[in-house]
Design a protein around this ligand. Structure first.
Ligand SMILES: O=C(O)CCC(=O)C(=O)O
Ligand SMILES: [Fe+2]
Length: 338
């Protein structure tokens, strides 16, 4: 069945989230089989878990413990790196600073945001990058010791998984396997997130992260085991729990890849509410397209029955606008970069 035909029969009324084992992918045949599962998941749900992703537990644990220490510092210390002071929203986001769902009153998480950075910069790094990718500087606190190393290590480990996944997306979209290789070279933004427990009466207008879809191409989310918080909205308006499954990562499609695929890959609305009684941590890595890349519906996703639904847009401009909107709706007072 063609991609367009596959998408036509989809209802979006999913009640569970597929788990895909990516552990065996050395042959082209194995990757084609995986790509078929990925296609089903992206068309029907927009979310899936991956297992056997290969990120060492130690890399995750070290990043988690660095985050826990950092977020335990007084807010005045963390505010020295307030993310709205710089030009690119890097650094510390305090509680209630953003508001992803305009119907809400602010998102009850604090975060720390970084972009591309080599742990040990290589001399010819910029020369190698023929596409003038972002070289926006990250902001780093002096404490805890090892914070930068822990986060940058996790960033690259997760990005390596992302590089593998975008090849599966390409196969799933009937494109050459390497189609996205030169388009997603340095795009990821990573956030370390801390959700304090929400107690008291349930109030749908203040949640950990309000209902939203992600802006970029796809997200690789590590969520803390044993704490239920993430939920996805299906087409019947039911919230489906994305229960943490040990050893897995959650992958979801964002709006940019949804546009690129003419809505054949679903960018599913989700939210997070932490009513566990204890703090919860998560680490999403958002993989967009590099800023210079133009995005318009792919030929394999367009037909006479399904004409292109979107204009060509520049990826950098698109994501910048989405970020501006998100932070303007928040309660942060010092405005945002233009
Ligand atoms: O923390 C989570 O589980 C979800 C976070 C999220 O959806 C986001 O940051 O876009
Ligand atoms: Fe999200």
């Amino acid at each position: 069945m063609s991609l367009v035909e596959t998408a036509t029969s989809v209802s979006g009324a999913f009640d569970s989230i597929p788990i895909i084992d990516i552990g065996h992918a050395s042959t082209h045949e194995e990757r084609v089989t995986l790509a078929q599962q990925v296609r089903d998941a992206c068309v029907n749900v927009g979310f899936f878990y991956i297992k056997n992703h290969g990120i060492p537990e130690e890399t995750i644990d070290t990043a988690l413990s660095a985050m826990k220490t950092y977020f335990s510092f007084p807010v005045e210390t963390k505010m020295k790196l307030y993310h709205r002071r710089g030009a690119h929203y890097r650094g510390y986001e305090p509680l209630l600073d953003s508001n992803l769902d305009p119907a809400n009153r602010g998102d009850l998480y604090e975060g720390f945001v970084i972009g591309w950075e080599e742990l040990v910069p290589t001399e010819d790094d910029d020369k190698k990058a023929d596409d003038k990718p972002t070289t926006i500087e990250n902001l780093w606190p002096s404490e805890p010791v090892g914070f930068r190393e822990a986060l940058v290590n996790y960033y690259h480990a997760a990005f390596n998984v992302g590089k593998f996944l975008h090849r599966l997306f390409a196969l799933a979209l009937d494109l050459p396997e390497t189609y996205f290789d030169d388009k997603l070279k340095r795009s990821p933004i990573m956030r370390g997130l801390h959700y304090p427990p929400q107690t008291g009466p349930e109030d749908d207008r203040i949640v950990g992260v309000g209902a939203h879809s992600d802006f970029e191409c796809f997200t690789i989310l590590w969520q803390e085991p044993d704490i239920q918080a993430l939920q996805l909205l299906n087409s019947k308006n039911q919230w489906i729990n994305a229960t943490p499954i040990p050893g897995t990562l959650v992958i979801n499609i964002g709006d940019l890849l949804s546009r690129w695929t003419n809505d054949i890959f679903r960018s599913t609305v989700h939210r997070a509410i932490n009513r566990s009684g204890v703090c919860r941590y998560s680490m999403p890595l958002f993989i967009g397209a590099d800023p210079h890349v133009d995005v318009e519906p792919l030929p394999s996703c367009v037909s006479s029955d399904r004409p292109a639904r979107y204009e060509n847009i520049n990826s950098g401009e698109y994501v910048r606008k989405r970020l501006r909107d998100m932070y303007q709706q928040g309660t942060g007072t010092s405005g945002g970069p233009e």
